[in-house]
Design a protein around this ligand. Structure first.
Ligand code: DX5
Ligand code: ZN
Length: 229
């Protein structure tokens, strides 16, 4: 995985057809997805339940780009090795998920994965100020985690502050929740480079009609890049 700050669209397969993940992943990648975002929920840290390591491992052979695994679970540490074995490229843990995020990020990097830290809407940018040298990605939640299709919460001031704090470090700023062609320019302008989008990518399309995924991805990207009229 090389580092750059170009806009990357990361469809969340939380909005895909749950009976058909392999083909859904292949379809979004063929239609221009840069990364594939996998939302892991435990019914405890968030009030919803999704995939465990065996499911993520089954996705792996279908992902040719970057498998970006967002853990909305607590605790995190007992499961890090399992997600490494499942083939995650980026593993992101929530700062709110436990008292030892510093150790968690070290452990994630120790497996060879990139380490991400996610911030709920109520958590300030300053919470990561002592973690910057342990972090490859900061995920700014623009919804309260747990469900797709929620309304975007404006976190642009937080994104700007993080962008300043990051300076020249090779750290991605990822935005997760309510990203669509209307909100994408706001977060891109504030300094985000990875845009997760679930409902706005999968809306209206299917593996039988994948061009819609392509149109949806293109509209978000062009809006973020400032060329969408
Ligand atoms: C929310 C998840 C998101 C979600 C985004 O808890 O982390 O990745 O799938 O979905 P949309 O784009 O529909 O808000
Ligand atoms: Zn997510």
């Amino acid at each position: 995985m090389s580092f750059d700050r170009k806009i990357k669209i990361a469809p969340s397969i939380l909005s895909a057809d749950f009976a058909n993940f392999g083909q859904e992943i292949q379809a979004i990648e063929a239609q221009g997805a840069d990364w594939v975002h996998v939302d892991v929920m435990d019914g405890h840290f968030v009030p919803n339940l999704t995939f465990g390591p065996p499911a993520v491992k089954a996705f792996r052979p279908h992902v040719k780009t970057v498998m970006d695994v967002h853990l909305m679970i607590s605790p995190v540490d007992p499961y890090i090795d399992a997600y490494a074995e499942a083939g995650a490229d980026v593993l992101t843990a929530h700062i709110e998920a436990g008292p030892h995020i510093h150790r968690t990020l070290q452990a994630i990097r120790g497996t060879g994965m990139k380490a991400g830290v996610a911030l709920n809407p109520g958590t300030p940018a300053e919470a990561v100020s002592h973690l910057l040298d342990l972090t490859d990605l900061i995920c700014v939640m623009t919804v309260n985690p747990g469900f797709g299709g929620q309304k975007f919460i404006d976190m642009t001031a937080k994104i700007r502050r993080l962008r300043e704090m990051i300076g020249d470090r090779p750290i991605h700023i990822e935005i997760d929740g309510g990203v669509d062609p209307t909100t994408a320019p706001l977060v891109a302008q504030a300094g985000a480079d990875v845009l997760v989008a679930g409902s706005a990518v999968f809306r209206g399309g299917s593996v039988a009609n994948p061009d819609v995924y392509g149109d949806n991805i293109r509209q978000i990207r062009e809006a973020a890049e400032g060329v969408w009229a």
